[in-house]
Design a protein around this ligand. Structure first.
Ligand code: GDP
Ligand code: IMO
Ligand code: MG
Length: 426
């Protein structure tokens, strides 16, 4: 049985999309288990860039079945747009399946996200894709699932109920315009015939595949520090982007998960609000942003940049039970005289070797750094670990020692082929 999970270990945008695309080469099934189109995953193949939001990043491998799992909040309009983009590029989309249990992310969720954010002065800095409101409805048990879309007549009744309630909220609480139910019905009617054939019961599909020794790859979006329970709450997303999320979000028992591969960017970035202990607000941070091309794939926002925070990676390891680490974007650090990694937080004179739960404490933390010498050699075309400069190896070795997890692969460029393989990940 091969079941691999790929998760982000920081605040997202570690390069998960690229790594999933590489590992998907051998996969029979690729499953998204949480999140929605708040994700922005860039995959580069032969110099051509593909940006995916809802579709699994393994979608470019047409032989594998790609599943939008039960734990996903899926905006069907965005899904179809993404499929159309792929089709225009000559790629197939026949291998995409939507779980009948997945939540439908509705037009009113997006509106609600924007209204809540602007009423709070953009407190969280969400992607405004409607993710929080859709998960809130899911847990309030008022959400609409994809199986309810199959019968359009009963769907319309459910939609009426929901739009009526949301319109009361939007007008009375936010003083906003009500949404047009008839237009929404027409918009959904226009996509019904394309969406319905993709809706399937996926939990058996995944478990049967595991029973038959097929290779299943579970693709995480977002990352551990954005986890609803263990991230920097309230500056988090509304799902569990960890290996635990696979069990609830794909319907797979914990004992069936074999490999958990954590993607670690060689430095840190964050989009949106919330504490960021190693953030560099000076020209050093700007240097990383420019060299790393650190601008959001979903919102275009400049990403906040800083040194690698190993307390964050350690925290992610505890949450996920990582079996392997993949380091990405280490090529971006080439040319720096000194490189730093955070190994502790100093808060009110006390040094912590873990991340406190109270974000007020984290916001006051000063990073305790270990400093490394940099390198100047261009490493972006290297394919063997031994070719790496000694100083790069020393940095990697320290990450392994600190986290206690082996580094199995090092990504040295955005393209599918820019990798150094160290251990088999399976
Ligand atoms: P994700 O959300 O975790 O999938 O990451 P994103 O795709 O949002 O952001 C990662 C960015 O870095 C993308 O533009 C990738 O093409 C790029 N990238 C991924 N791995 C590497 C790498 O090893 N080196 C460089 N220079 N770029 C990379
Ligand atoms: P990928 O999969 C980086 C952040 C948002 C915001 C917070 C809540 O590309 O790594 P939400 O819209 O989810 O309610 O926003 O989470 N966020 C991400 N940051 N990468 C992502 O996805 C993100 N998805 C959400 O910026 O701070
Ligand atoms: Mg991203």
């Amino acid at each position: 049985m091969s079941s691999q999970v790929v998760v982000g270990t920081q605040w997202g945008d570690e390069g998960k999309g690229k790594i999933v695309d590489v590992l998907a080469e051998k996969a029979d099934l690729i499953v998204r288990f949480q999140g929605g189109d708040n994700a922005g995953h860039t995959v580069v193949v032969n110099g051509k860039k593909h940006v995916l939001h809802l579709l699994p990043s393994g979608v470019l491998h047409e032989d594998a079945t790609c599943i939008i799992g039960p734990g996903v909040v899926c905006n069907p309009f965005v899904l179809l747009e993404e499929m159309d983009t792929l089709k225009k590029g000559g790629l197939s989309t026949d291998h995409i399946v939507i779980s009948d249990r997945a939540q439908m992310l509705m037009p009113y969720h997006k509106v609600q996200d924007a209204l809540e954010e602007s009423a709070n002065g953009n407190r969280i800095g969400t992607t405004k894709r409607g993710i929080g409101p859709c998960y809130a409805d899911k847990y309030a048990r008022t959400g609409i699932r994809f199986h309810e879309f199959v019968n359009f007549e009963t769907f319309k009744e459910r939609l009426k109920e929901c739009v009526t309630f949301k319109n009361k909220l939007f007008t009375a609480v936010y003083g906003a315009e009500p949404m047009d139910y008839d237009k929404m019905v027409a918009d959904f009617a226009a996509i019904h015939d394309r969406i319905v054939p993709m809706i399937k019961e996926t939990t058996h599909l995944v478990n049967d595949a595991l029973d038959q020794d097929k290779r299943v790859l579970f693709e995480g979006a977002q990352a551990a520090m954005l986890d609803i329970n263990y991230g920097t709450y309230p500056y988090v997303t509304s799902s569990s982007p960890t290996s635990a999320g696979v069990t609830v979000g794909a319907g797979v028992a914990p004992s069936r998960i074999k490999t958990v591969c954590g993607v670690v960017k060689a430095y840190s970035t964050r989009v949106g609000e919330g504490p960021f202990v190693t953030e560099l607000l000076d020209e050093q941070g700007e240097w990383i942003r420019t060299h790393g091309g650190e601008y959001g794939a979903t919102t275009g926002r400049p990403r906040r940049c800083g040194w690698l925070d190993l307390l964050v990676v350690k925290h992610a390891n505890m949450m996920n039970g990582l079996t392997d680490i993949v380091i990405t974007k280490i090529d971006v650090l080439t040319g720096l005289e000194k490189i730093k990694a955070c190994v502790g937080y100093e808060i009110d004179g006390k040094v912590y070797d873990y991340i406190p739960s109270d974000q007020e404490d984290v916001a006051r933390a000063k990073p305790v750094y270990k400093e490394f010498d940099g390198w100047t050699e261009d490493i972006s075309q290297m394919s063997e670990y031994d070719q790496l400069p000694e100083n790069a190896k020393a940095y990697l070795r320290f990450i392994e020692e600190f986290t206690g997890v082996r580094i199995s692969m090092v990504s040295v460029g955005p393209d599918r082929v820019n990798n150094i393989y160290i251990h088999d990940i399976d």
